[in-house]
Design a protein around this ligand. Structure first.
Ligand code: SF4
Length: 286
């Protein structure tokens, strides 16, 4: 079953956690963090986000097939049934592509982009859509999903993330690297091994970007996450989440509630229980 795109809720009572998406939101704009993590204001997924969700789900299924069947045609054939399943579970998504008759083709193009970047018949990932959760020594709980984890016979780890979004690569790149360092740190803490490679696969651009983290960098990054979480907790107590206007506001769904755009935020509901760190499927399919 595909999780709910907008409001996935994985557990009834979890400790507040930091996810890469929500940490990124706070860094970008504390008020955006509040709207998403605390007020939980609804956001209508964009066609690009829903398409990304379908493409991610297709790639996950592809690796569930025997190696010899992981072919472009099989992947394309999986698009329509995957979309049908998502629609069955979330009929409200039917309107997303109402004016975009060619969207199935565009999902096919993203998958074609994937096959230009690698041959899945030559890979046997350890996991797809892997939930990682670990607590830092400071007590911060990290939680996130890794699109794919490859582990070599030598034990070397590669973290793979598929990028299917419509935003220009340069806009999303810093955010993507932040997300990948988050996963690298979580895996290092969980398994005692620093991942050898972080690989971002931009399916629309048909380009991939590989990055090798090191211990010193991840240690610094850990301090950054601690500082972000402390700042979130401080703001959470008072409700003082300030807007930070930037060109990323163009992608924000909450301008109507944002003082930077003449709006008024809803009354602060207080720090949420049980969880301010969950990611939706859309977060993972950007
Ligand atoms: S519109 Fe911009 S400043 Fe306002 S909440 Fe969204 S991201 Fe923040």
């Amino acid at each position: 079953m595909l999780p709910d795109v907008a409001t996935e809720d994985l557990s009834a009572a979890r400790r507040p956690a930091l996810s890469p998406s929500r940490a990124g939101d706070f860094k970008q704009c504390p008020l955006l963090y509040r709207f998403r993590a605390i007020d939980k204001l609804p956001e209508t997924p964009s066609p690009a986000q829903v398409r990304g969700t379908v493409v991610h789900a297709v790639l996950e299924q592809l690796f569930g097939l025997p190696r010899e069947e992981r072919l472009p045609e099989r992947a394309t054939d999986l698009v329509a049934p995957t979309w049908a399943r998502l629609l069955e579970e979330q009929p409200e998504l039917a309107g997303v592509f109402a004016e975009d008759a060619g969207w199935l083709d565009s999902a096919g193009k993203l998958l074609a982009g994937y096959f230009e970047l690698e041959d899945p018949r030559r890979l046997e990932p350890e996991a797809c859509e892997l939930l990682v959760e670990t607590e830092l020594p400071s007590g911060v709980l990290l939680r996130g999903y890794i699109d794919r984890l490859d582990v070599a016979p030598t034990g070397e780890i590669r973290v793979v993330d598929y990028k299917t979004g419509a935003a220009p690569r340069e806009v999303g790149e810093a955010k993507a690297l932040f997300q990948m360092k988050f996963y690298a740190l979580a895996l290092w803490r969980l398994r005692g091994v620093v991942p050898r490679q972080l690989r971002l696969m931009y399916l629309a651009d048909r380009q991939s970007l590989a990055y090798t983290p090191d211990e010193a960098e991840l240690t610094r990054f850990e301090r950054t996450l601690d500082a972000i979480w402390q700042a979130i907790l401080r703001a959470g107590k008072t409700g003082d989440f300030r807007p930070n206007r930037s060109r990323l506001c163009d992608w924000c769904s909450h301008q109507a509630h944002c003082p930077e755009f003449g709006g008024t935020p809803p009354e602060y509901p207080g720090w949420p229980e049980p969880d301010a760190g969950e990611e939706s499927l859309v977060d993972r399919a950007d």
